[in-house]
Design a protein around this ligand. Structure first.
Ligand SMILES: Cc1cc2nc3c(=O)[nH]c(=O)nc-3n(C[C@H](O)[C@H](O)[C@H](O)COP(=O)(O)OP(=O)(O)OC[C@H]3O[C@@H](n4cnc5c(N)ncnc54)[C@H](O)[C@@H]3O)c2cc1C
Length: 396
């Protein structure tokens, strides 16, 4: 058991820290306010190879693992970028590259991976539907076989990055749930190029993370060629779980990074601000103990999350990785929530000001409670799959 980064991982972390310092909170404050994509940042992270970390070298990436990707995400977040650092990497590497590296055909890999690695191809994942959020198996988007390929129809919602992505992974039913031998079969994954006149994208005004748009997506008679299907036909559920596990780890890392960022700002202030005599507010136990408790939990969640990525990188099974990733996510989010809350409290009224940035990180951390999986569903997974308890909900 070794809890230290390797020399190479340390170097990767250092280079992420250096980039984050060039894109400080003020940069993201403006991007969030103006609802603008961080073009300069994206150019920088793709230029140094961060958009190709998990992509094999033969496709232009650096062939590292999930652990290295998490290291980059955390350092970007914790050193000034907040959610933006992990977010852009989640869109391209987790929603795009991860599934393609693991499950696509050789032709599909050659088609998409070099562009994702270089930053030319941004990606998005169209999974959630108005009537199939937490219950993914209720996916209604339907892909029907045609003579020369596939025709897809359906509605997706909250698809982040769909307004500017050039690639989209679409999760669709190739066999309706009622006709499938098991409810987990009959789901397939497709790769579509964007923009496409059959895919209508409308941005949803939202609470935070406004340097990236999340969108309603209408898919109307989308015609795709035979080779748009990522194999195996009807067996996409299993492939999807791989991606969803890594998505979970990425959001956990984001929570840890955002919390570190907010806490460092609050702690610095708490050492200087004096209100009663010569005692800095950081010495008051209400502030100090809450931040200390949050930090202890964050450190535990961080280690657990790196355990999940190490299991994933060494080829462990979906359930083992999923259990660890869900436990890390539940713990990280509650502790990050507490950390950002008490960081905001440390600043008193100032914490509520837009210029202070903590209010933005508060909005960001709120997302991680409900996406990519809600805390309730992560707990349900732990209850059922780790503790062996009866399923907590009716599953039809
Ligand atoms: C900003 C943002 C970006 C997103 N980006 C993407 C994206 O890029 N691609 C994509 O596909 N999706 C995306 N999503 C969707 C996100 O993954 C879903 O919102 C999330 O999975 C929850 O689904 P839902 O919103 O349908 O909530 P619902 O499934 O309707 O759940 C509502 C509430 O009921 C609770 N609940 C439901 N079932 C149970 C149960 N059995 N036991 C206990 N509680 C239960 C949930 O915990 C939740 O609190 C994004 C969402 C947001 C807000």
């Amino acid at each position: 058991m070794d809890f230290n980064f390797t020399e190479e991982q340390e170097m990767i972390a250092n280079s992420a820290r250096a980039i984050a310092k060039d894109f400080p909170p003020e940069y993201w404050r403006e991007k969030d306010l103006k609802e603008e994509f961080g073009e300069e940042f994206y150019k920088e992270i793709s230029g140094v190879g961060f958009t190709g970390i998990i992509i094999p070298e033969k496709y232009g990436g650096s062939g590292r693992g999930m652990t290295e990707l998490l290291i980059v995400m955390e350092e970007l977040a914790a050193n000034g970028c907040g959610m933006a650092g992990p977010w852009y990497l989640i869109l391209s590497e987790i929603f795009g590259a991860m599934s393609i590296v693991r499950h696509a055909t050789e032709e599909q890999r050659a088609r998409y991976l070099p562009g994702i690695a270089s930053g030319e191809i941004e990606f998005c994942m169209a999974l959630t539907e108005p009537d199939a959020g937490t219950n993914t198996l209720n996916t209604r988007t339907r892909a029907v076989k045609a003579a020369d390929g596939w025709v897809i129809n359906g509605n997706k919602t909250w698809i982040s990055g769909a307004d500017r992505a050039r690639g989209m992974m679409i999760i669709a039913r190739t066999t309706p749930k009622e006709q499938a031998p098991k409810k987990t079969s009959g789901i397939s994954l497709f790769l579509a190029d964007l923009p496409n006149p059959a895919i209508m994208v409308t941005s949803i005004p939202k609470h935070g993370i406004n340097y990236s748009h999340s969108c309603d997506v209408g898919i109307d008679d989308l015609k795709l060629s035979e080779d748009a299907l990522m194999p195996p036909l009807d067996g996409g559920w299993h492939s999807l779980l791989y991606t969803l596990n890594t998505e979970r780890m990425s959001f956990t890392t984001a929570a840890v990074g955002i919390a570190r960022l907010a806490m460092s700002k609050a702690i610095e202030y708490s050492r200087e601000r004096k209100l009663f005599g010569n005692q800095p507010i950081g010495s008051y136990q209400a502030l100090q103990f809450n931040l200390a408790e949050a930090y202890a939990g964050l450190e535990a969640a961080r280690i657990l999350n790196f355990k999940a990525s190490t299991l994933f990188d060494s080829g462990a099974g979906i359930t083992e990785v999923g259990a660890t990733a869900n436990m890390a996510k539940v713990l990280a989010v509650e502790c990050a929530f507490k950390a950002v809350y008490w960081s905001m409290q440390t600043f008193g009224g100032l914490g509520y000001a837009r210029d202070n940035d903590i209010e933005r990180w508060w909005r960001e951390i709120n997302l991680i409670r409900l996406a990519p999986v809600t805390q309730q569903m992560a707990l349900a997974y732990i209850g059922e799959h780790v503790l062996g308890m009866p399923r907590s909900y009716a599953d039809t």
